[in-house]
Ligand binder design. Structure first.
Ligand code: ZN
Length: 344
């Protein structure tokens, strides 16, 4: 199991980063990876905090998460030999920091500036190689420092997308249980319960989240972090990624312009909950209350791509057994499913 040692969630807490790093036993030098827009909103405060705690700081700015930027970070790490790498930003920066630091054997601290998906705390990284997106084993962050005062200023659409990624656990856990029953796959009750609890927590607090106040953001962040912990406990993304994630990955491949990860997973969860015979209307209504997309139109994706994605989703990761089975859905079945759930 790989788990974070310190999780700090609160308002105006970025100045605690240096102190937290010291407490974790890091000394002398640090490497800070930042996105093009996160320097002013968070990077500056974090760097000052590290310097005040006696750290030498090397700063690297990246715009994309791909094999080239991971290599750039690895070079930076070999050159400045930091005791710790910090990723400050949305998904892309965190992914690159997580993977590059893991490959160089340096601990990594996650400082998210948006609550858009569960990658802020998970041990896996999503990296682009050409036009393909790879999900690779990296390492769990040794600490997560999430400042609600910073994250509340990110576009609400990102937070709503994060909620979609959490509500998706409603179906991913059911897929895992199914794979256990039908394929004898290892199933961890604790990790599964934790992931499911996160989904329930967000469903229950949908009204509050919609108001986009710092207090509700805390719920979303804690749920996202707990999902990352559930993956750390399971030793894989199994509890948090099932058929609804396969559907989202399929859309990424097919649609000319895909929507956000969590938005697509949320819509996927509506349809997969229907297939599982679970309460799909609860999934849909919660997403709707939060303000996340529930239809192809709201995703900005043509119905045709939704249907096609449903028919190829089972091929994305054949070893991951889900409600889609080994043969997937026929075109007719896919169309009926999308129509029955009002996705198209
Ligand atoms: Zn996800």
């Amino acid at each position: 199991m790989q788990l974070p040692r310190e999780i700090v969630v609160g308002s105006r807490i970025l100045q605690l980063v240096g102190e937290t790093c010291r407490r974790l036993g890091f000394t002398h030098s640090s490497l800070v990876l930042i996105g093009p827009y996160t320097h002013d909103i968070a990077g500056k405060t974090v760097i000052e905090s590290l310097q005040n705690a006696g750290f030498r700081v090397t700063e690297l700015i990246i715009e994309q998460s791909n094999v080239a930027t991971v290599e750039l970070l690895r070079k930076g790490i070999r050159k400045s030999k930091p005791s710790v790498v910090l990723g400050i930003g949305g998904g892309k920066v965190i992914d690159v920091a997580k993977l590059g630091s893991a490959e160089e054997g340096v601990p990594f601290v996650s400082v998210p500036t948006a609550a858009s998906h569960d990658g802020i705390a998970s041990p896996r990284a999503s990296i682009k190689d050409g036009d393909k997106s790879l999900s690779v084993e990296a390492q769990a962050p040794v600490a997560i420092i999430a400042d609600t005062n910073v994250i509340i200023r990110s576009p609400y659409r990102l937070t709503a997308s994060g909620c979609g990624d959490i509500i998706a656990k409603y179906t991913s856990v059911r897929d895992w249980r199914l794979a256990h029953k039908l394929k004898g796959e290892y199933y961890g009750e604790y990790a599964a319960s934790l992931a499911l609890m996160c989904a329930r927590l967000v469903i229950r607090n949908a009204e509050l989240i919609r108001r986009n106040v710092e207090e509700s953001l805390r719920t979303v962040l804690e749920a996202l972090i707990s999902c990352g912990v559930a993956m750390g406990i399971a030793g894989s993304s199994r509890p948090c990624s099932g058929s609804e994630h396969l559907f989202s990955h399929a859309l990424d491949r097919l649609a000319p312009k895909s929507a956000l990860h969590g938005e697509q997973c949320g819509v996927g969860a509506i349809m997969m909950a229907y297939l599982h015979g679970a309460n799909w209307k609860l999934v849909r209504d919660s997403l709707r209350t939060i303000g996340a997309p529930t239809t192809a139109k709201e995703l900005g994706i043509e119905p045709n791509y939704v249907i096609e994605a449903l028919t190829i989703a089972h091929k994305i990761r054949p070893e991951r057994y889900t409600i889609l089975g080994e043969n997937g859905l026929t075109r007719g079945a896919a169309e009926r499913l999308a129509l029955a759930t009002n996705v198209i």
